[in-house]
Design a protein around this ligand. Structure first.
Ligand SMILES: Cc1cc2nc3c(=O)[nH]c(=O)nc-3n(C[C@H](O)[C@H](O)[C@H](O)COP(=O)(O)OP(=O)(O)OC[C@H]3O[C@@H](n4cnc5c(N)ncnc54)[C@H](O)[C@@H]3O)c2cc1C
Length: 396
């Protein structure tokens, strides 16, 4: 039975209700579009109301805070190559771990392609949770584990999408600054069921299982991201993002959760103590901040966020995290989900149903919804962007 307050359009699946339930009466089950929604077992529910108390729905405005400080940041060590943008997350996480804390962040599991939050406390764990995985992660078991650590007096940093951070803050309010939160600027979370269908399709085409997957490979440069699929037969395929069917559907707003279309956290005021994003268009602000290897944007909203930022500066790999002052207004202008929700395509539900219920291949559905020329258009766009970048660099 669905939770009373959870409408499909507004519930974000943050998992706070599942983690707090003292009777384990709530589970997240695949619902609309293959996204997880809380379901209550009436036989177990005792009506204590704990789930209502931690649910962030209706509390969004109270949870948001303006940024006090902005920084452009990049890690000079190995961590940057292993990260999606400048490696700022790795440096923040290392600072917390060095101080005896733990980090709750998202890891991709292969085979299967599930993305789940996990608690990590060392470098090996950190390697698992680095990098963006563009689909909704499962939080609930890790949240329960995190609560256990907090009750033992440990510090736990949570990193996730703003809606997940909202749930984390409501869930961990009694633990104060031992439960800091880092939100990501987020343009929406695609369906886990769609990702699973996509992996199956790509494996069928390649005739081999996928061994490793990178949603945003930087080998052609941070400004020219590609999807990387490494197969068990030793073959590796790299495609400009928009030429990949899963990413193309994401970029066309065909595959995100219903609540993302109207996301109340897509604003300059943020829900985390600290916010991490790609520092898009950083070269227009200072060209020497962009060496094409990745630059992160960091926003600090609270005293705790400022402390994390300072600690991260010292904790970056080998030579530390380079942190440079940045203009908040430029950051907001350059990153759409910092200004407004990105909405959804009018065909979103039909597209997801075609693939998930109708069994249409993602490739055929993408062609049908984006038009026959989508692949070529994406290729031309990628190369034009690349040539323009080279030309601009040569002009200085
Ligand atoms: C679904 C999604 C949408 C995003 N949209 C934007 C955007 O529109 N604009 C923008 O500037 N940045 C966006 N980001 C953030 C961006 O992709 C980078 O994660 C960010 O710049 C941090 O990079 P980094 O190099 O510092 O750290 P990285 O090492 O890349 O670390 C990434 C962090 O994100 C966490 N994470 C990865 N996948 C998920 C997930 N599915 N759910 C929750 N947490 C996850 C990891 O655990 C890790 O903590 C998005 C991230 C996600 C996950």
């Amino acid at each position: 039975m669905p939770l009373e307050r959870c409408a499909e359009k507004t519930c974000t699946g943050c998992g706070a209700c599942v983690a707090i339930c003292p009777k384990a009466a709530i589970t997240l089950m695949p619902g609309e579009g293959g996204f997880p929604y809380p379901r209550v077992d009436p036989a177990r529910c005792v009506g204590c109301g704990a789930c209502d108390r931690v649910c962030p729905l209706g509390e969004e405005a109270a949870l948001r805070r303006p940024a006090r400080r902005a920084a452009a940041a990049w890690d000079l060590g190995e961590g940057r190559a292993a990260s999606t943008s400048g490696g700022a997350f790795g440096a923040v996480a290392r600072a917390v771990i060095a101080g005896g804390g733990a980090v709750c962040a998202a890891a991709l599991e292969l085979p299967g392609g599930r993305v789940r939050h996990a608690i990590v406390e060392d470098e090996v764990g950190l390697a698992r949770v680095r990098r963006s995985k563009y689909l909704q992660s499962e939080t609930a078991p890790a949240l329960r584990e995190a609560l256990g650590l907090l009750r033992k007096g440990r510090q736990v940093l949570f990193v996730g999408t703003p809606c997940q951070v909202a749930g984390w803050r409501r869930l961990t309010a009694p633990f104060g600054d031992r439960a800091p939160a880092c939100d990501l600027v987020c343009g929406g979370v695609p369906s886990p069921a769609l990702f699973a269908a996509y992996l199956r399709e790509e494996e069928r085409r390649a005739g081999a299982p996928i061994r490793d997957y990178d949603f945003r490979d930087k080998s052609a440069g941070w400004n020219f991201p590609r999807v990387r699929l490494a197969f068990a037969n030793g073959k590796t395929r790299r495609l400009p993002l928009r030429m990949d069917t899963f990413y193309a559907a994401f970029a066309a707003k065909l595959s995100c959760r219903l609540s993302c279309a109207d996301c109340p956290y897509s604003r300059p005021e943020r829900v985390g103590d600290i916010t991490i994003a790609d520092c898009w268009h950083v070269a227009a602000y200072r060209s020497d901040y962009d060496d094409n290897r990745g630059t992160s944007l960091l926003l600090a909203q609270t005293q705790e966020g400022e402390c994390l930022l300072t600690a991260a500066q010292a904790a970056g790999e080998t030579r530390g995290l380079t942190v440079r002052p940045y203009d908040i207004a430029h950051a907001v202008r350059s990153n759409a989900p910092l200004r407004h929700p990105l909405g959804a395509d009018g065909n979103r539900s039909r597209f997801l149903a075609d693939v998930l219920v109708g069994g249409k291949s993602l490739r055929a559905a993408t062609r049908a919804y984006l038009g026959r020329g989508w692949f070529v258009r994406a290729w031309v766009r990628w190369w034009m962007k690349r040539l323009l970048w080279v030309w601009q660099r040569r002009r200085g």
